[in-house]
Structure formats: structure tokens, C-alpha cells
Design a protein around this ligand. Structure first.
Ligand SMILES: O=c1ccn([C@@H]2O[C@H](COP(=O)(O)OP(=O)(O)O[C@H]3O[C@H](CO)[C@@H](O)[C@H](O)[C@H]3O)[C@@H](O)[C@H]2O)c(=O)[nH]1
Ligand SMILES: [Mn+2]
Length: 748
């Protein structure tokens, strides 16, 4: 007979990966053999051989980190249908959206994100949506006001017909999201009506997008008169309040533009998140907070219930400090999916998913710096001393009261109506509020890195929290990949810089393992991601080696007659076959594999290289790193707004110089060796291996090779070509110099 024991809300699923482990270890053994072979033959070979040894050592070390990270992959299976029986009342969730630039981030994207949040399958009286606008833009405000009007039609419509994707731009894209059960005439009619309404909303926003802003700054918009981008008071406006607290209404919607002054650091997104946390703390103070970037919409309306399975179902809260959903793109699905499939799930099996900055459900008290061992004292004050509380959290009485409640794990504290707390909200959104407090230093979203997400997650893991991962099908959230070349470069450069900033700081995960509660393998996984940028140096060196050898008629690979060549070929082939199999198993084509491989190499040798330079300059105190916002796709047609039909786009940025140099050097090197422009030297000359290497590099950087001969956005700008040509000539000259020195050393 059925037993009324309550069934678990989730289950851990350990993924069997014996084959993967075997392949991983085989590749590692091959790499170790290669290193050993190089060491044994070091004295019979030249400089190139030694450099290759150093580079390969780095690649091997990186491979060790990868293997450790993905040795024990795991997933969570959730059972949201059991929630209803087991949880009397679903807990409140505050939802945060950040936006920072109405040009780079078209307001219609933000509007879609907000609408998808307002319409999730969760009681509306438990939700509040806070939008932080770092641009202090009347256009965003206006768009949100219009969106809140549309939401009154949209939310009931989605709930009535159980629409799957609740971001209108995706929903109206095709008829896939039309629930088949609802094909009645009535539904068809309402669907059409809704589509018309949405198109009207788009038109209104488009009309308002003109420069200058077409409406007078009067009425509601009056708060925007006398504001400058970096110099204005705090604006907090309740755009819509669910006054009756009805579960089927539209959730609260609040607009925030935090105070900014030129003399105050605002800490970019991390600063915005801390303001969101405090403002929501003074208004609704939900125990859980979901944060999404403006370019990420809710793709699975059930996600809140799914996440609650993990957050409420964990026997011990320590096992679930936050719940992250994978960050995925709808327009270039292969870009991040592979990372999640193979390394992401591995990390879930160690101490838990990294925080990825978006699509994450946080516990408010964890963000407030609570340690897992303090949870047991639930109900008691974590801070016995009010002065201490004030020193950490700031001087707002209301906020201190709400924070004390949140820290105690209570869920029931918030004022009865929102306008009551507006004064406190303005206070905590002020730019001087954090002065002297612990925000961004001890807790909250952490300052000091442009990848504030990873740093914040690391701090949470350091305190001993484990974290959850929720990857339902269909995916919980989807975002748009940065379009073309330059936007990707901005983003990747920022990531590489930010990650290195953490590595070179007191937050280095090695300290976390030694002094904190970071697990050893979690530390290795963090190191793997922090070392991304530095990989650019050995990769650049390795990419130049074949050219160097062809120019100087030397070798860095064993010749065909030597046994060593088999080890090299075997590791090269097995690694590539393995990455290919990964992508095919995930459901993508060989072409997608080739493109991701090329993109990975391009990003490493351009964006990451510059990321390293930025990080070093910051370390030397010569540069303040800056969070440059990624340009989002302009159209919302659903193809990601690609205006570049999948081709690589260039601009004047110096980031494209290194690869252009590499390509030019290789073209020259191939010419030199093919036409035998060089007198044959006596020693071991370059052979097939180096020729193949050179061709392989050129093929990998195909968009650049094409770019040399094209005009317009697909062509490399002339100025970049000139700069690169000069550097390429310098390199070739240096090769010759080095060769001469080597000859002299040899003769001695
Ligand atoms: O001063 C700023 C700068 C940015 N943002 C917001 O931050 C989010 C992310 O910015 P975006 O330009 O889209 O950066 P991405 O590189 O795409 O973001 C990834 O990388 C960031 C840094 O690691 C994480 O914070 C993000 O969650 C993650 O999606 C967006 O909503 C922005 O509006 C602000 O609110 N204020
Ligand atoms: Mn983004």
C-alpha cells in the first residue's frame, strides 16, 4: 500500500562517465609521454623544441584541471508536482533585472525579460520585480510603464492558456509555443489580439527610441529632468503594485535608478545588485532572490517551482546556498552548452555550480554573509549587537530591521504597502550609503573584479556553502549571444581580466582551500577558469612556432622518421576526435565543432590576450578596469539579431592585431619555405610537421585570412593591417636574429 511518507522534492543523479574518464586519462598519458620525450631529447634540439616543451607543459597542466573538474558529474532531478502537497505556502521571491545602456541593450529586450518574469507560473502575490537602470533613462522608464500596462493582458493570458514561453517576442515567433490543447476558436482569437497588442507596444517603444527623447519630461517623467548619466539622485518608482495581493494578478513592478555622483565609485553591475538587494529588502524582503540580466528571458515558466524543489527540499540548507540555472543562448546554442554539458555538470558534483551572474536563485541570508553553521541558530540573532549590524549593513533603521529578519530566516517581514517604504528605499539607493559598510567587501555582490558573479559565488563557496543546479528541459532561461566579432571580444576580454583580477587578489581560491571551506577539487575547478586568460600566452607562442621554424629552417616537432612523431600525432588526433565526439553527442554538427574550435582559438589569441594585458596593467596600478557592457543583438526577431549572417565582423579595435600578425607571419613563412628562398642550413631542418602546423594555424584563423582581402565590416581595417604588417616584419627579423645567436652558441 502507498506509504504517506513524504517523497523527496529532488534527487541527485550521478552520471556514469567511465568512457569519458578513460579517454581523459588516455589523453593525459599521451601528453605526459610527449613531455617525457621532449625532455629526453632536449639537448639534441634547439630553442623551438624547448619552447614547445614549455607550452605543452601548460596545456597538460590545464588538462589535469579539466579532468579534476569533470571527474564526478552530477545532476538534480526535481519533482515540482510534489511541492503542492508538501509545502503549505510557497515562499516569496524578489526578482531582479539589471540594465545599463538603452543603446547597447535595446529596451524591448529588457521589456521582454520583465514580462517573462511577471508571467511565471508562481503565485503573483509572492513575487516582486525590481528593475535597476544604470542609465537613468526616461526611455527605459517609459518602456516599463507601457510594459506594465500590457502585462495586465499578457499575464492572465499566459496563465489561462498555460503558454510555455512567456517572453512575447519568442512566443509570437512561431506557433511552437501555442499549447496544442488550446486550439479552440476562442484561444485563436485571443492569441491574435495579444499579438496585436504586443506589436503596438513595440511600436510605442520604437517611436520613443528617437534621439532626442520625444516626450516632455513632465508628469511621471519629471524625475528625469536635471539628471545626467553619472550625476543624479536616486529614483525609486513603484510602476505597479498588486495592492489586493491576488495570486493571479500582475506582481509588483518597481523601477530603480541608484544615485550616482562623479566622485563616487559605482562598482558597475555588482553595485547595482547590492542596491537591488537593499531596496527590495526595505520593500518586500523576500527570503529568495532571483537575478537575471536584461538579455535573458524565462523560457520555462515552471522554473520557480523547480528551483524551490532544491531550495526547500534540501535536508540541510548548507547543501543549497543558491540554485543556478545554466546560462544558455537561443541563437547560438552550441556556444555555452558544451561547457555546461562536460565541465559544468562536473563542478555540480564537487561543491556545486558556480554562480554565473544570471538565472540564479539566491537565499537572501547567504547574500547577507551568513555561514552555514549559523543557520542552526535560526531564530536567534546572528548579530547580538546593533552597532555591529549597523556597521556592516548601513544606517537605515528600516533596512537593519529587515536584514535582521532575513538573517534569522524569517519569511514574514514586510510592510503592508510599498509606498510606505519608499523613503527607506531612496536612502539605501544612495551612493554614499555603502561608505564604511561591508557591502561588496564582506558580503553582497563582491567588488574588485569585472566578473563579480564568479567572485561572489567563490566567496559563498569559501564560507562552506554547497550550491544547487537546475537544468530543466526546456531550458529555464535563454539569452542572446553577443553578435559578430567585436561584441564577443569586449565580453571575453572583460571575463579574462575579471578572472585574473580574482586570481591575483586575496580571494585566490588557494587561500580559500587553505583557510576557508573551499573544497580542494572545487579550488582546482576555480583555478581552471581563472587561468583561461593566461592560456593565451602559451597558445600564442605555440601558434607562432611553426612559422618560426619554417623561417629559421629549424624544427619543433619530431621528424617523420622519429618515434616521437607518433606520440604527438596520437595526442593531437585523440584530443580533436574527443572534442568532436563531445559536440556530436550534444546534438551538433561537424561544422559546429569546427566553428567552436576556431572561435575558441580566436578568442584566446585576441580577447584573452588583451584581458591579460589589462589585468597586468591594473596590478601595476596603471589602469582601472571597467565593466564595458556587451552590445546585444538589435532585432528581436529571434535569430539573435544577427546582422552578420554568421560571418566574423571586424572593427578598428587593437584586439584584432595579434591574430592578423600571426596570419601574416605564417603566410610569409610558407612562402619562404615553399619557394626555398632560404639557403638550406646544416642542422635538423623543418619538415612536414612544421608545414602542416603552419597550414593548420592559417585554416584555424580563416576569417582573418579572408579578412585581409575583404572590405567593409568583414574586412580587417587598413590601419590594423598596417600595424600588424609592421609587427610581423619585426617578428620575422627577430627570428633571423635569434637564429644567428643560436648558431653562434652552437659553434661554441
Ligand atoms: O554598470 C553596469 C554594467 C552592467 N550592468 C548589467 O550587467 C548585466 C550583464 O552585462 P552584459 O554586458 O550583458 O555582460 P555579459 O558579459 O553578457 O554578462 C556575463 O558576465 C557578467 C560578468 O561576469 C555577469 O555579470 C553576467 O551575469 C553574465 O551574463 C546586464 O544586465 C547589464 O545591464 C549593470 O547593471 N551596470
Ligand atoms: Mn549578457
Amino acid at each position: 500500500m502507498a506509504n504517506p511518507v513524504s517523497l523527496p522534492l529532488f534527487q541527485k543523479v550521478f552520471i556514469k562517465n567511465t568512457t569519458q574518464r578513460a579517454v581523459d586519462v588516455t589523453i593525459l598519458l599521451l601528453l605526459l609521454c610527449l613531455l617525457a620525450y621532449r625532455l629526453l631529447t632536449l639537448k639534441d634540439n634547439g630553442l623551438a623544441w624547448f619552447l614547445a616543451f614549455l607550452c605543452e607543459s601548460w596545456f597538460t597542466f590545464n588538462w589535469v584541471l579539466v579532468i579534476c573538474s569533470r571527474w564526478t558529474p552530477m545532476l538534480y532531478q526535481t519533482y515540482p508536482e510534489r511541492l503542492q502537497q508538501q509545502v503549505k505556502e510557497l515562499p516569496p521571491v524578489d526578482m531582479f533585472v539589471t540594465t545599463a545602456d538603452p543603446v547597447l541593450e535595446p529596451p524591448i529586450l529588457t521589456v521582454n525579460t520583465v514580462l517573462s518574469l511577471l508571467a511565471v507560473d508562481y503565485p503573483a502575490n509572492k513575487l516582486a520585480c525590481y528593475v535597476s537602470d544604470d542609465a537613468c533613462s526616461p526611455l527605459i522608464f517609459y518602456s516599463l510603464v507601457e510594459a506594465s500596462k500590457f502585462a495586465k493582458l499578457w499575464v492572465p493570458f499566459c496563465k489561462k492558456y498555460n503558454v510555455q514561453v512567456r517572453a512575447p517576442f519568442r512566443c509570437f515567433l512561431d506557433d511552437r509555443s501555442v499549447p496544442s490543447s488550446a486550439n479552440s476558436g476562442e484561444f485563436q482569437q485571443e492569441w491574435k489580439k495579444m499579438k496585436d497588442e504586443y506589436e503596438q507596444l513595440c511600436r510605442k517603444i520604437e517611436n520613443a527610441t528617437q534621439q532626442p527623447f520625444p516626450f516632455g519630461l513632465t508628469g511621471e517623467l519629471a524625475v528625469f529632468s536635471n539628471t545626467e548619466l553619472r550625476n543624479h539622485t536616486a529614483i525609486v518608482k513603484v510602476l505597479w503594485e498588486n495592492k489586493e495581493g491576488l495570486p493571479d494578478a500582475v506582481p509588483h513592478l518597481i523601477y530603480i535608478s541608484r544615485e550616482k555622483r562623479p566622485e563616487h565609485q559605482h562598482h558597475y553591475k555588482a553595485g547595482a545588485m547590492n542596491v537591488l538587494t537593499r531596496v527590495s529588502g526595505s520593500m518586500t524582503n523576500a527570503p529568495f532572490m532571483l537575478n537575471v540580466d536584461c538579455d535573458m528571458f524565462v523560457n520555462n515558466a515552471q522554473i520557480f517551482r523547480q528551483a524551490m524543489c532544491l531550495l526547500l527540499g534540501a535536508k540541510n540548507e548548507r547543501d543549497c546556498g543558491f540554485v543556478q540555472s545554466p546560462q544558455l543562448f537561443y541563437d547560438r546554442p552550441e556556444q555555452l552548452l558544451i561547457l555546461h554539458e562536460y565541465v559544468g555538470k562536473g563542478i555540480v558534483g564537487i561543491q556545486g555550480a558556480f554562480y554565473q551572474g544570471t538565472g540564479c536563485f539566491h537565499r537572501r541570508k547567504v547574500i547577507y554573509g551568513l555561514r552555514p553553521d549559523e543557520v542552526e541558530v535560526q531564530g536567534r540573532d546572528v548579530y547580538s549587537d546593533e552597532n555591529e549590524l549597523q556597521r556592516d549593513f548601513g544606517i537605515s533603521r528600516e533596512f537593519m530591521k529587515s536584514a535582521a529578519h532575513a538573517l534569522k530566516g524569517k519569511t514574514d517581514y514586510y510592510p503592508s504597502n510599498l509606498s510606505e517604504s519608499l523613503e527607506a528605499a531612496h536612502q539605501v539607493a544612495g551612493c554614499g550609503y555603502e561608505y564604511g559598510t561591508s557591502w561588496g567587501i564582506k558580503f553582497g555582490w563582491m567588488y574588485g573584479s569585472t566578473t563579480e558573479d564568479i567572485l561572489t559565488g567563490l566567496t559563498i563557496h569559501n564560507r562552506g556553502w554547497r550550491t544547487g543546479y537546475c537544468s530543466p528541459d526546456p531550458p529555464a532561461f535563454l539569452g542572446c549571444a553577443p553578435p559578430g566579432g567585436p561584441a564577443t571580444m569586449t565580453q571575453q576580454k572583460r571575463w579574462a581580466t575579471g578572472l585574473l583580477e580574482i586570481l591575483f587578489s586575496k580571494h585566490n581560491p588557494i587561500f580559500g582551500t587553505l583557510k576557508g571551506k573551499l573544497q580542494f577539487r572545487q579550488c582546482l575547478a576555480y583555478l581552471w577558469i581563472f587561468l583561461w586568460g593566461l592560456r593565451s600566452i602559451p597558445e600564442l607562442c605555440y601558434a607562432l612556432l611553426p612559422a618560426y621554424c619554417l623561417i629559421t629552417n629549424s624544427n619543433f616537432l619530431p621528424s617523420i622518421q622519429e618515434p616521437g612523431i607518433y606520440i604527438f600525432v596520437a595526442s593531437f588526433v585523440s584530443y580533436n576526435l574527443y572534442t568532436l565526439s563531445e559536440i556530436i553527442r550534444t546534438g551538433f554538427s561537424i561544422k559546429a565543432w569546427w566553428i567552436t574550435q576556431c572561435m575558441a582559438r580566436i578568442i584566446t589569441l585576441s580577447a584573452w590576450l588583451f584581458g591579460v594585458i589589462n589585468a597586468v596593467l591594473k596590478l601595476l596600478g596603471l589602469l582601472e578596469t571597467e565593466f564595458e557592457v556587451t552590445r546585444k543583438g538589435q532585432s528581436t526577431s529571434g535569430d539573435g539579431g544577427d546582422d552578420d549572417d554568421g560571418q566574423f565582423v571586424f572593427d578598428e579595435s587593437p584586439v584584432f592585431v595579434p591574430i592578423t600578425v600571426v596570419v601574416m607571419v605564417h603566410l610569409t613563412a610558407l612562402a619562404i619555405s615553399l619557394f626555398r628562398l632560404l639557403p638550406q642550413s646544416s642542422g635538423q631542418g623543418s619538415g612536414l610537421g612544421e608545414l602542416f602546423g603552419s597550414v593548420f594555424v592559417l585554416v584555424s584563423f580563416w576569417p582573418f585570412l579572408q579578412g585581409l582581402f575583404r572590405k567593409g565590416k568583414y574586412g580587417i581595417p587598413l590601419f590594423t593591417i598596417f600595424k600588424s604588417a609592421a609587427l610581423a616584419l619585426l617578428f620575422i627579423h627577430l627570428c633571423k636574429e635569434v637564429q644567428n645567436i643560436c648558431v653562434i652558441v652552437d659553434m661554441k
